[in-house]
Design a protein around this ligand. Structure first.
Ligand SMILES: [Zn+2]
Length: 84
């Protein structure tokens, strides 16, 4: 994952869909930035990436849940149905 911050900024972004994602005049690194020295991680990036991850998580669980589990434990269907 790539992290970017504006050359003259102190907020690191890592979601390309973030409204603050720097397109030019930025520093980039591939590991998670340290947050000392006044540098911070972007709140908007955090919420955007979280939303993406939770969708992926639900899809993965549905794929991994075999049909025999659903037949023996029909209550497992409920949370997934509520999500969709
Ligand atoms: Zn951001």
């Amino acid at each position: 994952m790539s992290y970017r911050r504006k050359t003259d900024g102190s907020i690191w972004h890592w979601a390309r869909s973030c409204s603050g994602w720097p397109m030019h005049d930025f520093r980039q690194r591939e590991d998670e930035p340290s947050t000392w020295g006044g540098q911070t991680l972007c709140d908007e990036c955090d919420s955007r990436v979280r939303a993406t991850d939770s969708h992926r998580h639900i899809d993965l669980q549905n794929d991994l849940l075999p049909s025999w589990v659903l037949q023996r434990m029909p209550s497992l269907r409920i949370p997934y149905a509520a999500c969709g």
